[in-house]
Structure formats: C-alpha cells, structure tokens
Design a protein around this ligand. Sequence first.
Ligand code: ADP
Ligand code: MG
Length: 245
Amino acid sequence: MTKQIYSVSNLEKYYQKQHVLHDITFSIDEGEVVVLLGPSGSGKSTLIRTLNGLEPYQSGVLKFKGQEIQPDEKGWRKLRQQIGMVFQSYDLFPNLTVMENILLGPTKVQKQPRDIAQAEAKRLLEVVGLSEYANVYPRQLSGGQKQRIAIIRALALKPELMLFDEVTASLDPEMVRGVLNIISRLAKQDKMTMIVVTHEMNFAKRIADRVLFLENGELLETTAGTQFFENPQTDRAKEFLESMD
Ligand code: ADP
Ligand code: MG
C-alpha cells in the first residue's frame, strides 16, 4: 500500500496584502517525485518554504505522514529533522570543513554517535565523488561541489522527504549535470520522496512522476509527468512549456 508522506489542504498564504498561494491542495506519496513548475513569481519557492515551516501561512491544513503539523516552533523543529531542503544559494557554514558541515545535523541535532555519523558521511561523500574534500572549507569548492555537499548534508539526516528549490540555478553550465545526476540517482535508485523545483526541462521530464503547475499562486494542473509534457491540460501550461523550449 502506498503511504502518504505529505499532504496540503486548502493552503492560503499572503505577503501582507498580496495573495501568493490560493487554495493549494495536493499530496505526495512515499517514493514519489513531484516536480513543481511555473513561471517566475508564481509562488514555487513560497510553497516549498511553507512546507518546511519557513513561511507562515494564513489557513490550510498540512499533514506529515497523516499527522497534522502544529504550526509552532516545536512542531516545525521536529518536522525539519525529517525533511531535507536544498536551495539555490549554497548555505554551507563557511567556518566549518566539509565533514564538519555534514556532521553538524546528525551529531548535534539528532544526537547520532559521532563514529556512525562519520561513517555515513564518508559513504555519502563517496557517492557524490567528493571523498578527497572532507577536510577542506567551502570556499575551496566550486559551486557545483558546494551544491553536492549541501545535498548530502541534507541526506545525512536520513530525511523522509527532500525539497529542492532551483538547486542548479546559480551554477555554471558545466556544473549543472553533476548535481542533476545526483538528484536523478536519488529518485530512481534510492526511491527518495521529493519535491523538485527546476528550470531544467529535460531533467524534469526524466524524473517527474507527477507535475504540479503553478501560476499566480494557483495550482492549475496536477498531472502525471508523461502526460504533462506531451499533452498539458491547460493553455497556460502549454504556453509555459513552449516558452521553455
Ligand atoms: P517563484 O519561486 O515561483 O519565482 P516566489 O514564491 O519567490 O515565486 O514569489 C511569489 C510571489 O511572492 C512573487 O510575487 C514575489 O515577489 C512575492 N514574494 C516572494 N517572497 C516574498 C517576501 N519574502 N515578501 C514579500 N513578497 C514576496
Ligand atoms: Mg523561486
């Protein structure tokens, strides 16, 4: 039986008077890859951030594994241990080595024994081909390498859901592929449940089980990936796809 990981019902969000998310309802099952698409300014980042308690919202019900999330500091703190998030900007701690960056969450927040956390960190570094970089500082890494570290730092917490918001948007073109390959591998091989915002349409096509299409804060489509790219339901999604060619 498929297990629901996250569900959102009738979510409404304003920035002051601006209504940025209108009656958003969707859910994501275990192992599913949902790609969130839409024009710039449509509310993708706001939605992703709201799921992780980084943005307050005005109404709606959010559930994690069937349990309603209490939108207070304690509720979000607990949730963020189970949800990994990687943004466009690299948010590694500059004064810590790569290894220390990866170990911080597992040892300080989750109180994992250091040797176990370290073994897992080493394994993850190997997976992303950065084993030799364990003891360097973030400034010594390229943008693509930093994003790969940011991804495995999130994975070290063994999240049940990963949120990716335009993780390749500030990378030089030659760095993009390495980062996308890691996410593809997580999706296909590790069956990680994830919500991905991306401008890389070929990548989106490859990984999307389902596409959510957002425009002006409204969810216009929730469509199977294959169908969305071949035959989108709405004219707005059609225009969007044409504009991305
Ligand atoms: P996307 O990620 O799809 O480009 P965003 O979620 O960043 O869209 O933005 C949606 C809308 O909300 C835009 O009109 C944007 O200007 C506005 N917005 C985003 N963040 C803030 C904020 N912190 N304060 C006020 N308005 C914001
Ligand atoms: Mg955004």
